[in-house]
Design a protein around this ligand. Structure first.
Ligand SMILES: [Zn+2]
Length: 328
């Protein structure tokens, strides 16, 4: 009887774990004061610089993931923490050549979390599990790689870490959009899984939400994210390719007339969380319809929208490029 009671008592704790686990054995994120053990800071900076967000260069530099500290090394001093998939999904992309990306060796796993297509990215890997390739199913907790320090920038061995992202693919046809825009001599070895086409959100917030509110509903989580700016898109090719991949965020009502535009709500990152068709406006181009300064300030270094000299909200060059990618 006692055993049975203990078993029942433990059930809730196991329920969240079914959904999401941390990508290495480093669980400092979940213990009070454990941040310094969890995050790997950049050269000469403390653990804060290993967090997600505008945590570098006085906030001007945006870090799209978290850098997780190495916990174990072999006799030669090489990092050897196993890296595991944080949830079940499908391998989307495996890049085994360290010099082909500033991610170094990296893996992307595609997930369907409550009908939201989302990816987790594991990078700077030392090595990748033999035989792992795109299209394979992967289970939560399955070892897929070893933590390392691979990349095109020189990461010293002492600072070996896992750069981990929870991210969205901006456009499935990115490779076609990017090809004519590439600088001479540049190459794209990653098709539409190039880092330029991936937009991260805060992994720490996702892990903490999954732990605090099990079982987590990721769609509701995304819908609850603060809106930083709203955009009107002409409905030339309705809906946007983003909406074709992320059908959860489009709200369709009865259509009294042909749709002429879409109003889309964005997080400060540039991730769209809501879209609705409109019939009464016809913007010639994508236009900033409104902005929330407080939400924008939480990620000031991302800088997708800004005020022009007359005080109106407009896209920065980076913002305009993102809109172009979304609308391609
Ligand atoms: Zn990083």
């Amino acid at each position: 009887m006692l055993r049975r009671n203990i078993f029942l008592w433990f059930l809730p704790a196991a329920a969240w774990a079914l959904d999401l686990t941390l990508p290495t054995a480093n669980d400092g994120l979940f213990s009070p004061g454990g941040e310094a053990r969890f995050f790997q800071g950049t050269a000469g900076k403390d653990w804060r610089s290993g967090q997600y967000g505008c945590v570098r260069s006085e906030g001007r530099q945006y870090h799209e993931g978290v850098d997780i500290r190495c916990l174990q090394r072999d006799r030669r001093g090489e990092p050897n923490d196993p890296v595991i998939a944080v949830a079940g999904g499908e391998i989307a992309h495996v890049s085994r050549v360290a010099g082909q990306s500033n991610y170094g060796r990296y893996i992307l796993v595609r997930h369907d979390w409550n009908d939201v297509e989302v990816f987790t990215l594991y990078s700077h890997l030392r090595d990748i599990a033999a035989g792992l390739r795109a299209g394979q199913p992967v289970k939560r907790g399955q070892p897929i790689a070893t933590l390392g320090y691979s990349g095109t920038q020189n990461i010293p061995r002492e600072r070996a870490h896992l750069h981990f992202e929870v991210c969205f693919q901006i456009n499935r046809n990115f490779a076609a959009w990017f090809a004519p825009r590439m600088a001479k001599g540049d190459r794209n070895d990653h098709g539409s899984f190039n880092g330029i086409n991936l937009q991260g959100i805060d992994p720490t917030a996702v892990f903490l939400a999954a732990r605090r509110h099990p079982p987590m509903n990721f769609r509701e989580y995304m819908e609850a994210q603060p809106v930083a700016f709203t955009v009107l898109f002409p409905a030339r090719r309705a809906p946007l390719s983003w909406m074709r991949a992320q059908t959860w965020c489009i709200v369709n009502g009865p259509e009294p007339a042909p749709v002429t535009a879409y109003e889309v709500w964005f997080m400060a990152e540039g991730v769209a969380t809501y879209a609705r068709p409109l019939w009464d406006v016809s913007p010639a181009r994508w236009t900033v319809a409104g902005a929330n300064e407080i939400a924008l300030k939480t990620l000031a270094g991302r800088a997708l929208v800004t005020r022009n000299t007359s005080g109106d909200w407009t896209f920065t060059q980076r913002g305009a490029e993102l809109m172009e990618m979304l609308d391609y």
